[in-house]
Design a protein around this ligand. Structure first.
Ligand SMILES: *Cc1c(COP(=O)(O)O)cnc(C)c1O
Ligand SMILES: [Zn+2]
Length: 458
């Protein structure tokens, strides 16, 4: 099956051919972002005649094929992104695929969280279990493969850390060079070290993430580099595939609700696109609600929904310790609003102590995640308290990054100097019961036994 794709502007609706895409990926008419579209699918679903229906892939054949590929020895089949390539036909030649065998990430049950929150089933889809430790790999394999196919030798991104780690790794795999712009002093060390390790040209700019984005927009206009920020519509195509994996892991019984952290808001848009396309193609008969959770200090979408129902968005000066979502002017906010509307999801905000506590609770399930991912559990508690999530529902939390991405944060939480007294106050008992600081002792058996005794006592 050879399906052509085109690009539709999410602002004015104008459709362009792939070759007409500008280097900043924005519409020259209205400056909004594009979305990849497969006219063969939507045309046939609109008409719905039996003749045109034959253009659509057969759902049960697809399900069988995707499962079958998991046992194949071919690289493109072993990738949890490209094994769904029938639904992301963006390359002219599959030989251009650049893969690190990303995807196929685990869906864990969180029984303790479910019990304590009072919801039937809570799952964590752990996108931190990707090759570079974050969900960014899912979109990087697709967008970088497009750059490779189009003959670019340089790629670039502005990043809060994880995008640059993913980009640098995939560029290195493909034998390409990468340029990283990161805000000075505001990203986690683990992430910075990855981009150096994979050989990127890494520039720390004296500004924030939003400032890095502004500089890069000009750089890509003046130099032949392929932009790999999430404004790139080909990243979204890879990032939609965890929706297919979630459905597949639950034997095509969708969860009622999916909860996603909100930074630049591309992930929520991508997952929404994945679920909507599955429904369009008859793989599923409904879509889950998709809700977005932001940190209080970086909450432009939350404010926009409260103040004007998502019609306008006013950028904010972002500040949160969850550095992956420290974004004040999210590029994909219009796409995200459309997904919220299409799926009936909610937007909530959570504070620094709520994030830190939720992260410790996810850790205590033996799973762990980076701070930005933990907003999902903190947000779920709020959505349940507000009655937006019912006790009978099943919920999937999208964990975006690995716990080792920001071990500094974790150590400071347990040592007790992450949060201020004022931040801790409303949650003191919960926070104290999850803190596990190291115990310093002499090399003495009795001292260790005493520590053990103390820990056994209730
Ligand atoms: C990038 C990132 C986010 C934010 O995703 P958006 O698509 O920008 O909303 C959240 N968590 C982690 C760990 C990330 O790396
Ligand atoms: Zn437009």
């Amino acid at each position: 099956m050879q399906v052509e794709h085109q690009l539709r502007c999410t602002g004015c609706g104008r459709v362009i051919a792939q070759e007409a895409l500008k280097e900043d990926f924005r519409c020259p008419e209205c400056s909004h972002l594009y979305e990849v579209e497969y006219p063969a699918w939507s045309a046939s679903s609109a008409a719905d005649t039996s003749a045109s229906k034959r253009n659509l892939p057969n759902p049960s054949a697809l399900r069988w094929l995707w499962k079958e590929r998991r046992t194949s020895l071919e690289l493109k089949d072993q990738s949890g992104i490209w094994r769904f390539r029938d639904l992301l036909p963006i390359l002219k030649d599959e030989a251009n695929i650049v893969t690190l065998r990303e995807g196929n990430t685990p869906l864990y049950e969180l029984p303790r969280a479910a019990r304590s929150i009072g919801v039937e089933r809570v799952y964590a889809k752990h996108q931190g279990m990707n090759p570079t430790g974050s969900f960014k790999d899912a979109g990087m394999t697709t967008a970088l493969s497009v750059a490779h196919e189009r003959g670019f030798s340089w790629v670039a991104c502005a990043s809060t850390g994880n995008t640059s780690a993913a980009m640098a790794a995939y560029a290195a795999r493909a034998g390409m060079r990468s340029l990283v712009l990161i805000p000075e002093g505001k990203i986690a060390w683990g992430k910075l070290s990855q981009s150096l390790d994979y050989g990127a040209l890494t520039c720390q700019l004296r500004t924030d993430f939003d400032g890095c984005v502004r500089v890069l927009a000009e750089v890509v206009r003046r130099a032949p580099v392929f932009l790999l920020n999430s404004v790139n519509p080909y990243r979204v195509e890879g990032q939609k595939t965890p929706a297919f994996e979630i459905a597949e892991s639950l034997d095509w019984q969708l969860p009622d609700h999916l909860i996603v952290p909100g930074g630049n808001l591309a992930n929520c848009s991508a997952l929404g696109k994945g679920f909507l396309e599955m429904k369009l193609l008859g793989l599923t008969d409904r879509v889950p609600r998709i809700s977005v959770i932001q940190a209080e200090g970086a909450n432009p979408l939350y404010r926009s929904m409260q103040e004007n129902g998502g019609k306008e968005l006013t950028p904010v000066e972002a500040d949160t310790r969850a550095s992956a979502i420290r974004i004040g002017n999210p590029a994909s906010w219009r796409k995200a609003v459309r997904i919220l509307e299409a799926t009936g999801g909610w937007v909530e905000q959570v504070n620094e102590a709520e994030i830190a506590l939720a992260k410790a609770e996810i850790g205590a399930e033996g799973i762990g995640c980076e701070p930005a991912s933990a907003v999902t559990l903190a947000g779920l508690k709020k959505l349940v308290a507000q009655g937006h999530v019912q006790p009978s529902e099943s919920v999937v939390l999208l964990l975006t990054g690995h716990t080792l991405k920001d071990s500094d944060y974790t150590i400071r939480y347990h040592r007790g100097d992450l949060l201020t007294e004022e931040e801790i106050a409303p949650l003191r008992p919960e926070i104290e019961s999850t803190r596990r600081n190291t115990v310093e002792l002499d090399a003495d058996v009795d001292q260790v036994l005493r520590a053990l005794e103390k820990a056994v006592q209730p």
